[in-house]
Design a protein around this ligand. Structure first.
Ligand SMILES: Cc1cc2nc3c(=O)[nH]c(=O)nc-3n(C[C@H](O)[C@H](O)[C@H](O)COP(=O)(O)O)c2cc1C
Ligand SMILES: [Mn+2]
Length: 528
């Protein structure tokens, strides 16, 4: 039950009563944000629950009739619909089955594996000759300013494309990456390319700089000045814009951007997948149907054949420009910094394209539901490396990198600290500013229970572990951008083997006999 494109998804949302069309004229500057924010926080009268419906704005000021879709992922129900499941745990279960694969013993077990192997064939993308995204091909007279791109918040540096699937190629392996990195519109043909330095596309960019540095022979050999300039750009992964023209490393990196893709692919662009795994395969796994791709017109990349809009272009290896500020999902503006610049070479789109976007800001918002889906789906993958983990909660107000609460089956002294260090070494979980580790009897989804037990159980000086390392680019409190400290709280019950020899009190629990007695008498007590 996969959606072939954004339109099928919109139709499914509409028939499920999950989408509202808005015909009144609205302004993409601030106004759409205020409306979407109220709806996603459940302030709209008829939708008095966090989440609210998806919104399709059909009359957007200055949009030349292009409608704007927002909040498509903004509820638990819609996240489930997007990934074609009743419960997100179904996906976790499918991943578990895949990972638990053991060599089949005997004919019968082999037979049982066949459907799974057949399924795997569906994961891989297919390149097809053409698709709807080629209905209109504009190799000149194109402009980013024609798109109904939002200015989200008052102090944003401008308009930002907020839901783009940014496609790049690894120069070493040829593999493609799809990452969601916002783009600040500078003018008709250029935009900021906000891939943070620890993300995969940023590594593709640095790999090209490294390749440039390694090129020792021939006309392309870098001069000493170019060499130091690219080292400088690499070190700053920003910076470099101040260099004189002669000093710049030369070369470019091709980039394609798909806007308005079917929901499984859009979602796969945000998942913190292992860097070497192509998101097109993840999308194929999620939708159980191959992603169909078409070749770009002006760059050597493939893009989803049924996307609403595709931007083709490149970033120069020697060019960086100030990006931001931008009202971010931390609830604060992310500060300005230097990022590569995307140059547009071609736009292709469907005949009547739909522009798909989101806003981020103070939680809960649309991205909170996406983050929660990631939490559920990634649990089995975390358990692969850290099998002692029982459950994980990333409360939305912890904005996903500030707070992780994790319960473990504790088996040896210092176990909680091993888990913290394991999490800090696990892909994008490296950004987690505070990890709270509890014993398996604590329900991490119940914040009341977590607070009760964590703060009863800790001796802060003994149980808090500090470490230093990379932090999220959005962290505005760390001593340096991208580098700072992190904290783990070992709130597990301490053992004599960990030097704790005092008696540990029992938790207060009524006995079953008395509870049953009161259950039986409850009505007669006349309290309710
Ligand atoms: C709405 C939204 C906007 C995002 N914007 C950015 C961004 O501007 N820069 C960035 O580095 N990550 C951003 N992210 C997070 C990345 O998409 C996420 O880290 C993803 O895993 C990156 O893919 P990669 O591992 O292939 O680099 C955003 C996520 C969401 C949900
Ligand atoms: Mn990736």
């Amino acid at each position: 039950m996969a959606y072939n494109d954004l339109r099928e998804w919109i139709a499914a949302l509409e028939s499920a009563g999950e989408l509202k069309r808005i015909r009144a004229q609205v302004d993409p500057v601030l106004e759409i944000t205020e409306i979407a924010d109220r709806v996603s926080k459940g302030a709209a009268q008829t939708y008095g629950r966090p989440g609210g419906p998806a919104l399709l704005f059909e009359n957007v000021k200055g949009a030349n009739g292009v409608p704007v879709l927002i909040n498509q992922f903004g509820s638990e129900r819609r996240m489930q619909m997007a990934l074609g499941v009743e419960k997100l745990d179904e996906i976790a279960e499918r991943i578990r089955q895949l990972l638990n694969m053991k060599s089949p013993e005997g004919f019968l077990e082999k037979l049982k594996m066949l459907p799974m192997l057949a399924d795997m064939g569906k994961f891989f993308p297919k390149v097809i000759p053409t698709g709807p995204v080629k209905e209109v091909i504009r190799k000149k007279d194109f402009s980013l300013l024609d798109l109904p791109v939002l200015q989200c918040w008052p102090k944003d540096a401008g308009r930002f494309i907020t839901l783009p699937c940014v496609i790049t190629r690894d120069p070493r392996t040829g593999k493609r990456n799809v990452g969601m990195y916002r783009m600040q519109i500078y003018d008709a043909t250029t935009a900021g390319m906000h891939w943070q330095r620890q993300k995969v596309a940023a590594e593709h960019y640095r790999d090209r700089l490294r390749g440039f540095l390694k090129d020792e022979s021939g006309a392309q050999a870098p001069s000493p000045a170019q060499r130091s300039a690219s080292v400088d750009i690499m070190a700053r992964s920003g910076g470099g814009s101040m260099l004189a023209p002669g000093e710049r490393p030369s070369g470019k990196m091709e980039v394609a951007v798909a806007i308005g893709t079917e929901p499984a692919l859009t979602f796969s662009a945000i998942v913190p997948a292992p860097p070497e795994v192509e998101e097109f395969i993840i999308a194929g796994f999620l939708r159980q149907k191959p992603v169909e791709l078409v070749k770009c017109e002006t760059v050597d990349l493939e893009v989803p054949a049924s996307a609403e809009i595709v931007l083709e272009g490149y970033v120069n290896l020697d060019e960086l420009r100030t990006e931001g500020p931008f009202g971010d999902h931390t609830g604060f503006y992310s500060l300005e910094d230097e990022y590569p610049v995307f140059h547009l070479t071609c736009i292709t789109h469907r005949k009547d394209p739909i522009y798909s976007t989101t806003i981020v800001g103070k939680p809960p918002m649309e991205d909170g539901f996406m983050g929660k889906a990631v939490e559920r789906i990634f649990l089995p993958l975390m358990k692969l490396t850290l099998p002692e983990i029982v459950d994980v909660n990333l409360p939305v107000e912890g904005v996903f990198h500030n707070l992780m609460i994790v319960s473990i089956r504790k088996s040896y002294p210092g176990h909680a600290r091993k888990v913290m260090n394991g999490i800090w070494a696990l892909g994008q979980a490296m950004f987690t500013k505070c990890i709270v580790v509890v014993d398996e009897d604590v329900n991490v989804q119940d914040i009341g229970e977590v607070v009760l037990k964590v703060f009863n159980h800790i001796d802060p000086e003994r149980d808090i572990q500090f470490t230093l390392g990379p932090v999220d680019s959005l962290d505005h409190a760390s001593r340096l951008p991208n580098f700072g400290s992190k904290m783990g709280i070992d709130a597990t019950r301490k053992w004599p083997a960990e030097g704790f020899t005092r008696p540990w009190p029992d938790e207060i629990l009524m006995d079953e006999k008395t509870k049953t007695l009161v259950d039986k008498k409850w009505k007669d007590l006349g309290i309710e």
